[in-house]
Write a protein that binds this ligand. Structure first.
Ligand code: HEC
Ligand code: HEC
Ligand code: HEC
Length: 388
């Protein structure tokens, strides 16, 4: 009995060895089809899809989904979709490019996929990408908040017409070349080609961030800060999946041109508490005023017991020359300011060579102090005090 058991084991071992050698020979012979042109056999396709669906379902099961029904988040995700997903997944009505039909597997039309996937599953796929396919991982894994903006946008995507899609991505902007706009000094500025084609969709031709709180306002921002920030995105020192894609291909002279353009525009209007689409719009006038008052004190004096320096030492509360190299915060959207401060605290923002100056400052700030100082800077007026 024992003898025949051993005999059987031996035979199985030999068979496995022969199979392994056979398999290796097939691989070495170069006969396995790797052609994308011939697609997969139905069984291979089924097996790969089944494996992928199971992996995504299991590995995304612990993810907590944040509030996604937020106009600013949807607009931010739409902007990213246009520059980072559309080339493969297409847009409403226009469909996908002929180029992607040559891929195996093909990028699906997401309007058909989204209704069958939960937000956590979408998040997982967008964050990590899919191995051995063209589906890329998010360009910067530190910025999970940005990935949620694309998930928020995808929730709306299946219902969108082309016109609604274009409106979300570009707002009122039309991409006609040869446009001009008045500078803060009233001169006529020719709008750079790059701004018309790329930046205006998100930041606006006038640099006001389309008034959503999703995109930083660039109008009247200090020129050296704009230039250095774009180079920091390009080099991956400042973390943002969206801006790293935008800045990657920019040449130094284009960076200089767009920075000079935006710096010379009329600075942002102060932010009102009641502007629609902002989280701060839900706050009562009394709460807003009290927060602004607390914020003014933090900006002027810092919070010495918590090791927080006075913000105004580096971020003046009246408009100075736009030649300063630290960023101006005056009139910036409160949601934008809060997001950047939280990112500094979590060490997820990165930035230019001077960004570490902020690390020493933010660590001691509590959430309500971040809110207070952000509201304070948002409601300051740049126009009244500008003295270039
Ligand atoms: C270079 C081409 C390419 C780009 C860019 C791209 N994808 Fe994909 N994507 C693919 C391919 C190919 C697949 C199919 C993978 C498969 O079937 O295994 C895919 C699949 C997907 C899926 C379905 C996954 C599933 O579970 O079946 C989602 C959702 C998705 N992509 C979202 C996005 C989003 C959002 C972006 C932009 C942030 C994006 N993709 C950018 C090529 C791309
Ligand atoms: C798809 C939308 C999108 C496009 C297009 C885009 N941006 Fe941005 N931009 C953003 C977002 C979102 C942020 C905030 C990123 C972050 O959190 O770091 C940002 C941040 C920036 C910042 C940093 C601002 C600050 O206050 O620190 C600069 C500078 C900038 N963008 C310049 C540009 C320029 C110049 C272009 C055109 C070449 C451009 N962006 C195109 C979405 C976009
Ligand atoms: C010692 C100088 C210094 C102090 C003090 C300081 N900051 Fe900053 N701050 C900077 C620098 C430098 C940057 C730009 C970092 C970069 O280039 O990436 C910055 C960036 C920021 C940004 C991001 C702006 C943007 O558009 O992305 C915010 C928001 C900010 N600071 C808020 C504050 C607040 C609030 C305080 C006070 C609690 C403060 N800072 C105190 C130097 C300082």
């Amino acid at each position: 009995m024992k003898q025949s058991y051993k005999q059987a084991l031996k035979i199985i071992a030999v068979l496995l060895l022969v199979l392994a050698c056979g398999g290796a020979l097939v691989v070495v012979s170069g006969l396995i089809p790797i052609r994308a042109s011939s697609g997969h056999w139905a069984i291979t396709s089924w097996f790969l899809n089944f494996t992928k669906d199971r992996a995504v379902a299991t590995q995304s099961s612990g993810i907590t989904v944040p509030e996604l029904d937020d106009a600013a988040l949807v607009a931010q995700g739409a902007g990213h979709y246009e520059i980072g997903c559309r080339q493969c997944h297409g847009a409403p009505e226009t469909g996908r490019s002929a180029l992607v039909f040559g891929m195996t597997p093909k990028p699906p039309d997401l309007a058909e996929i989204v209704p069958h996937k939960g937000p956590a599953e979408l998040y997982y796929v967008i964050k990590h990408g899919i191995k051995m396919t063209a589906m890329p991982a998010w360009p910067n894994l530190k910025r999970e908040d940005e990935i949620w903006s694309v998930v928020a946008f995808l929730q709306k995507y299946p219902e969108l017409s082309l016109a609604e899609y274009e409106q979300l991505v570009w707002g009122e902007h039309n991409k006609q070349s040869g446009q001009s706009i008045a500078s803060a000094e009233g001169e006529n500025l020719q709008v750079p080609h790059t701004v018309i084609e790329v930046c205006a969709g998100c930041h606006g031709l006038d640099g006001q961030g389309r008034g959503l709180g999703a995109f930083p306002r660039l109008a009247g921002q200090n020129v050296a800060y704009l230039e250095e920030s774009l180079k920091a995105y390009r080099g991956g020192m400042r973390h943002s999946g969206t801006m790293q894609i935008v800045a990657g291909p920019l040449q130094d002279d284009e960076i200089q041109e767009v920075s000079r353009f935006y710096a010379r525009l009329q600075p942002a209007d102060p932010v009102e508490r009641t502007e629609p689409g902002r989280k701060s719009a839900d706050i009562s006038p009394e709460e807003w005023n009290a927060a602004v008052e607390r914020g003014a004190k933090i900006a002027a004096e810092g919070i010495p017991d918590q090791g927080v320096g006075a913000c105004a030492d580096c971020h003046p509360t009246t408009r100075q020359s736009f030649e300063n190299s630290y960023p101006t915060l005056i009139g910036q959207a409160p949601d934008s300011l809060m997001r950047q401060l939280e990112l500094f605290q979590q060490r997820k923002r990165g930035g230019t060579k001077t960004a570490n100056l902020m690390h020493a400052v933010v660590d001691g700030l509590k959430p309500e102090q971040i809110q207070a100082v952000s509201f304070y800077y948002a409601q300051l007026s740049a126009q009244k005090s500008r003295k270039n």
